[in-house]
Design a protein around this ligand. Structure first.
Ligand code: ADP
Ligand code: MG
Length: 488
């Protein structure tokens, strides 16, 4: 990433700006579905979590899940958005094997959440991205085409699971901004507990709208929509390749047609799925089985009062109270589990040391082992103990790294490891004097050179003493003794 915004598609004669708007589909964290009591658990055997409502048996009536409404309102509040006290569920009609009802219940003209915003921290400053709306809708089932050469199977476990569709304004301008936007949305929803953000399991995916315009132009170009992209990396790649395709078309005198496209991750290119003319006419109309959804202001206020501290607030507090840099604060608030771990450690340990141990050493281990911090082999209490052993001078930073390594392997408490492995710092002046004298006796020629002016050799002596003590000698004492002895 760069300090200055610099994302343009540059060609021989032009500089093109890329305009992006996202429709993010976030699965609501909820035990049961939006209009039925079937389980939403991921990974169940096909068609074991399907009620008569989900499979659209005639005469079945949807019953709204109040918890999902709470989740959508909470998310709206987390996006600083207007909550609409009256919203309407519509039927979006289309035919597909994984949609037994022949329509999806969604919200169209009257969504539950209106305009809001999300703030991004970019290397070139903060950036506000507008939210157009958030609406609730049902997920469809899943067609499985690769189990048999002649048949398609359908799994309706997902059918009826609640999704929040979060639509951004066309305010994003680069793959980096999209990366940052999706991560920020995910962080906010994870703090709120409204979506687990697990992209591998499909809990968070996006339709990516892309258009291009020459730098300085006011009017937006015609957009294409890339459907159902399920990783941040793929979003970035899809935008890059789609923007280039559009620029090439326009520069060769052709026009962009508004259409829906798919991103081929293997070929790294988008291809047409259907044009606007072929687009579905969904024949939206209010679902006659459902009354308009009316919620009370007191319902909203009640949820508002119970909101947790959200990422932006927490970041501000970390910077002001703990004197972290914006970068450090961003890293430490990126997940609730991380900030909780950090705050646990600094309850009893030095902040400056603790933050470095977490950001540098602990994160390296977690990344390497692909572990969540809540499964860290080093508990917050044990890390605090380690930091305290360093602060009090009981072990050097170098030994601490060794102890930390053993903590990762065993999950043990640092003082136990230090005792078991005999890693205590050597601070007994008599013992150290012996070691220093021993080193000097073996290097009489070097002492002569040192005294003759080759002062660089001082470092050599220190190194030899540390080596002789297996890195355990107290460095300050070593210096004191060595200086005294060399003066003799
Ligand atoms: P639809 O319902 O047809 O998908 P919307 O008006 O809801 O259309 O817009 C969908 C998304 O497209 C929004 O995220 C919006 O920000 C984005 N968008 C609209 N115009 C453009 C444009 N010219 N370039 C890029 N994105 C755009
Ligand atoms: Mg769309």
């Amino acid at each position: 990433m760069k300090d200055k915004f610099d994302y343009f598609i540059k060609t021989e004669n032009n500089k093109w700006e890329v305009i992006i708007g996202l429709e993010v589909h976030a699965q609501v964290t909820s035990k049961s579905k939006l209009f039925s009591s079937s389980s939403t658990k991921f990974g169940g055997k096909p068609n074991t979590q399907v009620s008569l409502v989900d499979s659209a048996f005639p005469g079945m009536l949807p019953v709204i899940n109040k918890f999902c409404i709470e989740q959508a309102v909470k998310t709206g509040l987390g996006l600083n958005a207007k909550i609409n006290l009256r919203s309407i569920f519509d039927r979006k009609n289309y035919f597909y094997a994984d949609l037994p009802a022949g329509y999806q219940i969604s919200q169209y003209k009257n969504p539950i959440v209106g305009e809001g915003s999300v703030t991004l921290d970019m290397p070139y400053g903060t950036k506000k991205v507008g939210i157009e709306r958030l609406h609730l809708e049902q997920d469809a089932g899943k067609s499985i085409h690769d189990l048999s050469p002649d048949n398609t199977f359908v799994d309706l476990n997902r059918s009826g699971v609640a999704l929040m569709e979060i639509v951004s304004k066309p305010d994003l301008r680069s793959p980096d901004e999209v990366n940052s936007y999706v991560k920020k949305l995910r962080t906010i929803m994870r703090y709120l507990g409204t979506c687990d953000g697990n992209m591998q399991e499909g809990s968070l995916r996006a339709d990516v709208n892309v258009s291009v315009r020459k730098e300085g132009e006011k009017k937006f170009g015609t957009r294409c929509e890339i459907k159902n992209v399920n990783s941040i990396k793929f979003m970035e790649m899809a935008i890059e390749s789609e923007a280039k395709r559009q620029v090439e078309l326009i520069e060769s005198g052709k026009k962009i047609v508004q259409e829906t496209r798919l991103f081929d991750t293997k070929k790294n290119e988008t291809r047409s799925m259907r044009s606007k003319e072929e687009a579905h006419d969904y024949r939206y109309f209010p679902d006659p089985d459902l009354l308009p959804l009316e919620i009370k202001q007191s319902f909203v206020d009640n949820l508002k009062n119970k909101l947790p501290e959200l990422p932006d607030k927490k970041k501000e507090r970390f910077i002001n109270k703990f004197k972290l840099t914006p970068y450090e604060a961003n890293v430490l608030i990126s997940e609730n589990n991380i900030s909780e771990y950090f705050e646990e450690v600094i309850k009893s340990a030095d902040i400056k040391l603790a933050k470095n141990w977490i950001i540098v050493e602990l994160f390296a281990v977690l990344n390497d082992k692909n572990l969540d911090i809540k499964d860290s082999p080093v508990s917050s209490k044990n890390l605090a103990n380690l930091v305290n052993l360093i602060s009090s001078g009981e072990i050097s930073g170098k030994i601490a790294k060794k102890v930390f390594e053993l903590m990762v392997q065993s999950g043990d408490e640092p003082s136990k490891i230090i005792k078991d492995k005999g890693l205590q710092q050597q601070s007994d002046p008599k013992e150290l004097e012996k070691i220093v004298k021993n080193v000097l006796e073996k290097n009489l020629d070097k002492i002569t050179q040192y005294k003759a002016g080759k002062e660089k050799l001082y470092g050599f002596f220190v190194g030899e003493v540390m080596k002789a003590s297996s890195g355990k000698a107290n460095p300050k004492l070593v210096n004191d003794i060595l200086k005294k002895e060399l003066k003799k």
